[in-house]
Design a binder for this molecule. Structure first.
Ligand code: ATP
Ligand SMILES: Cc1cn([C@H]2C[C@H](O)[C@@H](COP(=O)(O)O)O2)c(=O)[nH]c1=O
Length: 188
């Protein structure tokens, strides 16, 4: 299923040489990083991607699709690690406001924590630093996504991630097509 538009895919953190190095430091190196250090590093990688990949692609008329973005910092660092601490949430939203380009639309694939941990185990991939946290952490992360979604339902779309993957794809494509038609990127 295609949109018949030029699309580039990237990931956050990552997508550039510097961003991939930061990703490695954040997720896999044996380093005891403070929450603030993590937030700043995630934003450093994000800014690099913005300058090297995202903005040039947008200027070139492409659609940019990124696997994760600032919403994950809010959920993982703000709610998961800092447990909703006001100062941390404020720091994240201040940094977010400094970004000259932000996502038009974000899909949050929501699943209960018990299901996501079953899937992670079934995938049998090595866990990164964040993914090796326990269920309480992931309940807080889920709360973070949910709070953001309730505040911005027009920008953040909650998708029931327990559905079949093919149905999820259809749902996301249909929402994307409608959103792009509204923005006159695609004809309705
Ligand atoms: N709707 C679904 N139904 C059943 N299994 C699923 C569904 N979506 C994803 N999975 C399975 O769950 C596992 C994790 O999926 P996926 O890699 O998409 O998650 P992710 O959160 O993007 O992972 P990552 O942390 O690497 O970004 C995979 O094994 C995938 O096949
Ligand atoms: C952007 C972002 C990500 N994380 C965490 C979430 C995951 O554990 C990893 C990214 O791995 P993925 O395979 O690319 O999904 O990093 C985070 O804690 N904070 C963030 O801002």
């Amino acid at each position: 299923m295609a949109l018949d538009l030029p699309v580039i895919q990237t990931r956050d953190p990552g997508g550039t040489a510097a961003g991939e190095a930061i990703r490695n430091l954040l997720l896999f190196e044996k380093a005891d990083l403070s929450i603030t250090a993590q937030v700043l590093l995630f934003f450093a990688a994000r800014d690099q991607a913005l300058n090297e990949v995202i903005r040039p692609s947008l200027l070139d008329g492409k659609i940019v699709m990124t696997d994760r973005h600032t919403l994950s910092t809010l959920a993982y660092q703000g709610y998961g690690l800092a447990k909703g601490d006001e100062g941390t949430l404020e720091m994240i939203s201040t940094l977010d406001r400094t970004m000259p380009v932000r996502p038009d639309i974000t899909f949050w694939l929501d699943v209960p924590v018990s299901i996501s941990s079953q899937r992670t185990e079934a995938r049998n991939a090595g866990s990164d630093r964040l993914e090796s946290n326990g269920a309480d952490f992931f309940e807080r992360v889920r709360t973070g996504y949910s709070e953001a979604w309730k505040k911005n339902p027009e920008r953040i779309i909650r998708i029931d991630g327990t559905k079949e993957q093919s149905l999820i794809t259809l749902e996301i494509m249909s929402i994307l097509k409608q959103s792009m038609a509204e923005k006159a990127i695609l004809s309705a």
